[in-house]
Design a protein around this ligand. Structure first.
Ligand code: UD1
Length: 360
């Protein structure tokens, strides 16, 4: 069989890497090609991750770059359609919830190619998030839906997905974490942090960073927390241009986006994380690092059920109070949600190889 694996943006790379690796023993019998849509293109957002994770150069790079949602999605679809027409894959495998995920799923499905979605069924029920729209559209048309937890499967059943399409396999992003955590922990921390108590901050959601007043409120709360503990803030390019001096605090260290190992090591040694990311909520659960999520909702409720993640929204007073509570409590122990055992990608590849090709 022929498989096209798709990755487009930073959070996709750690999810696709173990799937590529799990295909390795079968590559004599099956063709596996990696397509990078080019949604993320800076070395710090893309190339460094390929290097850290040992992902081979993509077979195809669509080079779509940044644009409005419609334009970026459309560019991916136009370019990916040509790849599908040329390669005629049996399966297109997409991961996560970025624009590239949805664009490639729709393109493949309309050409009659079967689609498998890794990380299916997560729902924030917040339709103002572009990712929620991407998740719903991708899941509605996928032929195989690989889920990270039982709650995601229940979401899909409620939406009318037939049970035989849903496969609970675990979390490929955690496969990657478990594989590399030892090495990441040993990397030197940024100057002055070794042996220190510090927190980590990431912010990139449009709902948090695109409105000046909202961002100013969040940064005011962060300033209050930085009075108590140093904070390292690797800044996403979307956020970088919008800070307008609000990140000036002697205890807040603003740095460029970090590579996978450097960031994982930074989080693993930290006292707490403040974030609006999806994936970091899961990584902190496995690492046993308290996570304060600066969002009103999460598509990953399992991280709250495990007791490592607290949703606080964007209200500065709530953010400050949650951080104070975390700093006063003993840190949680690492948690292992069901099947987050480092073998999710093996299960995915097993299942894909046992699905029969469609008749011509
Ligand atoms: C995208 C995903 C989001 C994911 C995030 C991780 C969608 C809808 N959103 O958001 O789910 O959490 O990636 O980073 O797909 N830029 C660069 N260099 C790059 C890439 C982007 O400078 O390599 C800048 C550009 O100014 C661009 C902006 O970042 O306009 C936003 O990039 P984009 O890919 O549109 O969305 P993200 O906010 O990164």
């Amino acid at each position: 069989m022929k498989f096209l694996l798709v990755a487009g943006a930073r959070p996709n790379f750690m999810k696709i890497a173990p799937v590529l690796e799990a295909f390795r023993p079968y590559r004599d019998a099956h063709e596996v090609r990696l397509v990078h849509t080019g949604q993320h293109y800076d070395a710090r957002m893309s190339g460094d991750f390929f290097h850290d994770l040992g992902i081979p150069e993509p077979d195809v790079n669509l080079g779509v770059g940044s644009a409005s949602h419609a334009e970026q999605t459309a560019r991916v679809m136009v370019e990916f359609e040509q790849v599908c027409l040329r390669d005629k894959p049996d399966w297109v495998v997409v991961v996560g919830d970025v624009n590239s995920t949805m664009a490639c799923a729709i393109t493949a499905k309309k050409l009659g190619i079967r689609v498998a979605h890794v990380e299916a069924g997560l729902r924030s029920r917040d339709m103002s998030m572009p990712e929620e729209i991407n998740r719903i559209c991708t899941d509605a048309i996928s032929d195989l839906l690989f889920t990270t937890d039982r709650g995601a499967g229940e979401n899909l059943l409620r939406e009318g997905v037939s049970p035989e399409k849903i496969k609970f396999v675990g979390n490929t992003m955690i496969d990657t974490l478990l594989r590399h955590i030892g090495r990441a922990r040993e990397l030197p921390l940024p100057a002055g942090l070794a042996g220190q108590r510090y927190a980590v901050l990431t912010l990139h959601r449009p709902a948090n960073v695109d409105c000046e007043d909202t961002l100013a409120g969040i940064m005011e709360a962060i300033g209050g927390i930085a009075d108590r503990i140093p904070i390292v803030f690797p800044v996403h390019p979307r956020t970088a241009g919008k800070l307008n001096g609000s990140s000036r605090h002697p205890n807040l260290r603003v740095v460029e986006p970090m590579s996978y190992f450097a960031f994982l090591g930074l989080v693993a040694h930290s006292r707490m994380v403040l974030t609006d990311s999806g994936g970091i909520q899961e990584e902190t659960t496995v690492l046993g690092i308290p996570c304060i999520t600066l969002r009103e909702n999460t598509e990953r409720p399992i991280t709250c059920e495990m007791g490592t993640n607290t949703l606080v929204g964007r209200d500065p007073a709530r953010i400050g109070a949650a951080a104070a509570a975390v700093l006063e409590a003993p840190p949680p122990s690492p948690r292992q949600p069901e099947l987050w055992d480092g073998r999710a990608a093996d299960r995915i590849v097993e299942l894909l190889l046992h699905e029969h090709p469609l008749p011509c």
